[in-house]
Write a protein that binds this ligand. Structure first.
Ligand code: AMP
Ligand code: MG
Length: 413
């Protein structure tokens, strides 16, 4: 079976067009936050270390500190003092003596070597060493790891559990981050009811606003929820205008097809400018992107699977770019053996929901979650990856190799 896919743009073209809209950020878009409040935010400038790491010369071993030029075969060194981590030795220590030292303790002034305790024989008279050490041995020098003023994180990095403790270890108290993106969201459809309201005949619950809000919050956005908007041009115009007033990015769902109650595209055309509409992608064909007066606009399809998928594949990277994240990426795609047949027709890039695992031979395998209809949201909760089937590919038989893309944190539980 062949579909006419003329006029549909590819996912890659769509992503490229959206990226082309991303402006260069200016200094006005940043703020300083204490470390504890900066989780999930993105650095707006390189973070420089205020200190040297380590901040002082210290011992890498439990052992004895001495002057390397005093080492002689059989010499015995009386112990003149002790240096512990957090309790440095400050006294005088005569020539020919040594200082007992523990790992992490500051090396006493004058010492230029530490000999580990495993190479020491201790008697009443002092310590005799069974090995000699080179100058500097077992001493971690000031600034070995990081110099004061070194850049420890570039701009454009998302701050998480791998980054914030590093900054804490340097005594950084606050960090310059991009302001969080303001996003307005609404659902359209006369049939929609908010969760918590009884359903009347012909009504369904509004899944998309719930899903989109959740994902926006995970992406660190500030959300304005405008609720459910009826399929009425007046009401929609008002929602578009209010959303545009508040937000950097406006996201709607539904009404983006070609039905009689589908006004989204008309509104975008009237109040702004259509960037593109209709993707050669399944699910998710009716996706609209464009610009309103002061904001960007993404019109998600109504079907919940299509809405979640287009949000994930198109809006998520766009938000990352608008938020100043410079190296944002999807997880790399992997090759896996399909262990179930996969139904597909050529014409659109297909994102089926799959479950991948490693078999007894250590090879990646993937199977379908079953029915792939764009209203079957349970396919997301059962899946751990997308099976990405190329645009021109036909149905897949069991045993064929396919590409899988594991879910990132947005969809992983
Ligand atoms: P539409 O694009 O508005 O024609 O919607 C396509 C399908 O998705 C219809 O079956 C709608 O009832 C359904 N739908 C639209 N919006 C939502 C929503 N927010 N939550 C759940 N289903 C929706
Ligand atoms: Mg609708």
């Amino acid at each position: 079976m062949e579909f006419n896919t003329a006029g549909l743009i590819s996912l890659q073209e769509a992503l490229d067009k959206m990226r082309a809209y991303v402006p260069k950020k200016t200094a006005q878009d940043t703020e300083y936050l204490p470390l504890a409040a900066a989780a999930g935010r993105i650095t707006a400038a390189p973070v420089l270390s205020p200190i040297f790491v380590p901040p002082f010369d210290n011992s890498a071993m439990d052992g004895y500190a001495l002057r390397s030029n005093e080492q002689r075969d059989g010499a015995v060194f009386p112990v003149a003092g002790k240096a512990f981590a957090g309790a440095p030795f400050h006294g005088e220590w005569p020539a020919g003596t040594c200082i007992r030292i523990m790992t992490g303790a500051p090396v006493p002034a004058g010492a230029d070597v530490v000999i580990m305790q495993e190479q020491a024989e201790v008697s009443e008279a002092g310590v005799r060493f069974t090995a000699t050490a080179e100058q500097g041995q077992n001493i971690r020098l000031t600034g070995d790891d990081i110099k004061q003023g070194d850049s420890v994180l570039p701009a454009g990095v998302r701050l998480g559990a791998a980054e914030l403790p590093l900054l804490a270890s340097l005594g950084v108290t606050e960090v310059e981050v991009w302001k969080s993106l303001k996003v307005a969201v609404f659902s359209t459809g006369d049939e929609l009811q908010p969760v918590g309201t009884p359903l009347q005949e012909g009504q369904i619950y509004d899944t998309n606003r719930f899903a989109v809000r959740l994902m926006l919050e995970q992406l660190g956005c500030t959300v304005l929820d405008l609720g459910i908007i009826r399929d009425d041009p007046q009401a929609l115009r008002k929602a578009f205008e209010e959303a545009n007033e508040f937000a950097d990015l406006v996201i709607s769902s539904g009404g983006v097809s070609v039905g009689e109650a589908d006004y989204t595209k008309q509104m975008l055309d009237e109040l702004g400018e259509i960037g593109f509409w209709k993707l050669a992608m399944k699910p998710g064909k009716p996706f609209a992107f464009g610009k309103l007066k002061d904001s960007w606009f993404c019109g998600l399809p109504g079907n919940p699977v299509s809405a979640a998928l287009t949000f994930y594949q198109l809006v998520q990277p766009f938000i990352a770019q608008l938020s100043g994240h410079s190296a944002w990426q999807f997880p790399p795609r992997l090759k896996a053996k399909a262990v179930t047949p996969l139904k597909k027709a050529p014409g659109r890039l297909d994102f089926q929901r799959g479950i991948f695992s490693t078999n007894a031979e250590g090879q990646l395998e993937v199977r379908t979650t079953g029915h792939q209809g764009s209203h079957v949201f349970s396919s997301f909760s059962q899946a751990n990856c997308f099976i990405v089937l190329e645009r021109e590919r036909d149905s897949v038989s069991a045993g064929e190799i396919v590409e899988v893309e594991t879910f990132n944190a947005l969809l992983r539980s």
